[in-house]
Design a protein around this ligand. Sequence first.
Ligand code: PLP
Length: 399
Amino acid sequence: MKFDPASNIQDLAQFGEFGDVNPSITDSATYTFMEAKTMVDTFHGEQEGCFLYSRHWNPSNKYLADALAAMEGTESAWVTASGMGAITSAILQLCNSGDHIVSSITTYGGTFAFLANYLKKFRIEVSFVDITKHGEVESAIRENTRLIYTETMTNPLLQISDIPALAKIARDNQVKLVVDNTFTPMIMSPAKMGADIVVNSLTKFINGKNDCVGGVICAGEDFINSLADVNTGSAMLLGPVLDPLRSSSIQKNLHTLHIRMKQHGHNAMYLANKFQEAGLRTIYPGLSNHPQHGLMKELMHPDFGFGGMIAIDLETSDKASVLMEAMQKVGVGYLAVSLGYFKTLFSNSGKSTSSEVPEDVQKEMGLSEGLIRFSVGLDHDIERSWERIAACLESLGCR
Ligand code: PLP
């Protein structure tokens, strides 16, 4: 039977201690034990179903983690206080001092900074490659390489990673494939295509309300258990745990994700066509001239569209600023970083979410200084939104 992330979430039977239709919120940091031996066994990971301390596991977090594991098709998951908490915990769990990573050069700026700057503390080296060039990926692998890192749809250039091909390279070289699925939840299922570990920022589409930050690591049971190990687990020892009150609200929002992704995709497809017709350089994987349009069609679940992210190129950051300010004024959306919100958000990537990437590297990866990244909202009348954008473009002389 076809893997169906939305139905997997719908089929979850998660309810509270009094039959409440939403799981109860466990508002406790610690847990009592009737017998001292059970506590000792739980510490040693030998007691199933017992909770020890909420930095280790919390029942509300477990409900959300189970739901996200069902969505990604992994055995298990662990929820974190942010997407960066998920990315950094997963990488630090896999790597030791002196190890090496091969990463896509286009990734979220925070991830890039962690890989390029922070990991130097541990003498972990990173080779950055064009993730669409598999020869480059293969030849960057060394004896001490532990993992290949990529994003399903890269931020901000919206390249599509060929997960099955990268998984084969990883398997052949006995390294792990770690994939950030933040731009394409529901649309792509990287673990079902061979990724070993899938991370997501819940802050974005999955929660969809921009009221909190959160993250998740989805993987096999052994890896998730290793993260929570009381002696050696990066999640347990670094402590990036999600607050259970937030877990509970994100868990409810997850149940509408499939509907929201369809609407984000529908609206983005409409705007991408309009931007292109207006003569602007437009990057959107749903357009037939996108270099990985065919690949995306092969890999995606067809029910949820091509995603809510679009990039257009205004060539200079000054022009981009004028357009963004004008669009905000007429109510297109907000000039703000982040994505996956019910309102349209736009920002100039090179000066914001990719500003951690040095300018020469931005040039090398093909990131124009005038690139505006749009996270298209859930607008009911997207034609009306386009008319507003078109008027702004016209006043700038861009149409
Ligand atoms: N991954 C991607 C692709 C992102 O765009 C971001 C943030 O913008 C993150 C991870 C980090 O997530 P968070 O802000 O929840 O830490």
